[in-house]
Design a binder for this molecule. Structure first.
Ligand code: AP5
Ligand code: MG
Length: 230
């Protein structure tokens, strides 16, 4: 199975990616998480990425495409993957198609578009706390057991630089520039739009139900999980 999780900052890509990865036993590949790890380790890429990320800007396509190409060639990605945060431009989508073709793989099965209003997204991002060591995410509804410290490794949780109000506003407006990616996939009927303002479990259930109903096939032009037209 090869899925794309597409959506605005705060739509729940990371949340759903983790759940689906555990359920299906395939890796969730988040370009944002990979870049944050590079920043944490102060690699050459990390030094370059930090400036773009804290300002909420997208990195150049060639850098991201190289990163994803390397990651998807790892053995654990052979049976499938869930991509979170890539592609964000049509150039990246075309590069992904080329990668699949080079490996003799069929096109991706589904693009899951998690859709939510800017008001909901701003609230979620403002209330998100992240472990700088392992990337685990906390919020009002998923608090740490020990105040401000990660349940897994005890590190003090922080607010991501790009979750500060100015960067959030910029990221939400920049997201509109990524919408042509949906138009790229829509003609092949691979986009499933889901109301991302629902509870986490309800969203997962809709994704899983759709995959069971339509494994590896079209979902219909601009399909919505709730049956309404997109
Ligand atoms: P990235 O890390 O991908 O950030 P993003 O797209 O802005 O998305 P977020 O991680 O902020 O949100 P999410 O959708 O994962 O939401 P989450 O599940 O955490 O990218 C960061 C940066 O890296 C970019 O700005 C760019 O600089 C660079 N980059 C990455 N990819 C790139 C690319 N392809 N090209 C160029 N540059 C790239 O949920 C958010 C919060 O809401 C959490 O607190 C969560 O608990 C909560 N929540 C989730 N779902 C629900 C729900 N259903 N109900 C209530 N709360 C919920
Ligand atoms: Mg994320």
């Amino acid at each position: 199975m090869r899925l794309l999780l597409f959506g605005s900052p705060g739509a729940g890509k990371g949340t759903q990616g983790k759940i689906l990865s555990e359920r299906h036993g395939i890796p969730a590949v988040s370009t944002g998480d990979m870049l944050r790890e590079e920043v944490r380790q102060k690699t050459d890429l990390g030094v370059v990425a930090a400036g773009y990320m804290s300002a909420g800007e997208l990195l150049p396509d060639d850098i991201i495409i190289k990163l994803v190409r390397q990651r998807l060639s790892q053995p654990d990605a052979a049976e499938g993957w869930i991509l979170d945060g890539f592609p964000r431009t049509v150039a990246q989508a075309k590069a992904l198609d080329r990668m699949l073709a080079e490996h003799g793989l069929a096109p991706i099965d589904r693009v899951i578009y998690l859709e939510a209003s800017p008001e909901v997204l701003e609230k979620r991002l403002g209330g998100r706390w992240t472990c700088p060591e392992c990337g685990r995410v906390y919020s009002e509804s998923v608090p740490t057991i020990v105040e401000d410290h990660c349940d897994d490794d005890g590190a003090r949780v922080i607010q991501r630089e790009d979750d500060k109000p100015e960067a959030v506003k910029h990221r939400l407006s920049l997201f509109r520039q990524s919408l042509p990616v949906l138009d790229y996939y829509r003609p092949e009927g691979r986009v499933l739009t889901i109301d991302a303002e629902q509870e986490v479990d309800a969203i997962t259930d809709q994704i899983v139900a759709d995959l069971q109903r339509n494994p590896g096939s079209r979902v219909g032009l601009g399909s919505r999980a709730d049956g309404a037209n997109a």
